[in-house]
Ligand binder design. Structure first.
Ligand SMILES: Cc1cc2nc3c(=O)[nH]c(=O)nc-3n(C[C@H](O)[C@H](O)[C@H](O)COP(=O)(O)O)c2cc1C
Length: 157
């Protein structure tokens, strides 16, 4: 069974979980990159990021085209932005015909939870089978979160 971990991370939290899961499952990992850079400091980062979610932006991805037919399981990771998934994930969902896959999702958030974010991501990916979801607060600085993510990943397959 081939597994792909695909994620976007703005400040490294989702990345730390993605790398843990990827190593645990010996999966391929793709970090989604965009040509558009969001401001990284001050109130601007919340303003532009939040606005981009609200307007349903789909920033162009600069990654090489991924051949999804190689994978039967896709594990998608996102930070929670304005209660939803981050815009590059919307681009990914939009750019690829994702059907008949097993999908698991993980998120990093600032304390507001990921329930709505997961519901929206599932809604954006009909015709797939969801096999798990997990969310962490600031996992980058929390070894327990990363240990938990490794266990979660092991339990998926
Ligand atoms: C634009 C923006 C919007 C955010 N909105 C939320 C939110 O609605 N709820 C929440 O709990 N955290 C929110 N956060 C905090 C991030 O989800 C949190 O810091 C996460 O761990 C960042 O993951 P990353 O380091 O992979 O980018 C937001 C952060 C940014 C930059």
């Amino acid at each position: 069974m081939s597994v792909l971990v695909v994620y976007f991370s703005f400040e490294g939290n989702t990345k730390s979980v993605a790398e843990t899961i990827g190593q645990t499952l010996h999966a391929d990992i793709v970090e989604l990159k965009t040509s558009k850079n969001y401001p990284t400091v001050g109130i601007g980062k919340y303003f532009w990021g939040g606005k981009s979610v609200v307007f349903g932006d789909k920033p162009a991805l600069t990654n090489e085209r991924i051949n999804l037919s190689h994978y039967d399981t896709i594990i998608i990771g996102t930070p929670v932005w304005a209660g939803s998934f981050a815009p590059p994930i919307r681009s990914f969902v939009n750019d690829y015909q994702i059907r008949n896959k097993q999908i698991a999702i993980f998120a990093s958030h600032g304390g507001g939870g990921a329930v709505k974010c997961f519901a929206k991501l599932k809604e954006a990916l009909p015709e797939n089978k969801f096999i798990g979801e997990v969310a962490y607060v600031g996992p980058k600085k929390n070894p327990e979160s990363l240990e938990s993510a490794a266990k979660w990943a092991e339990g998926l397959l």
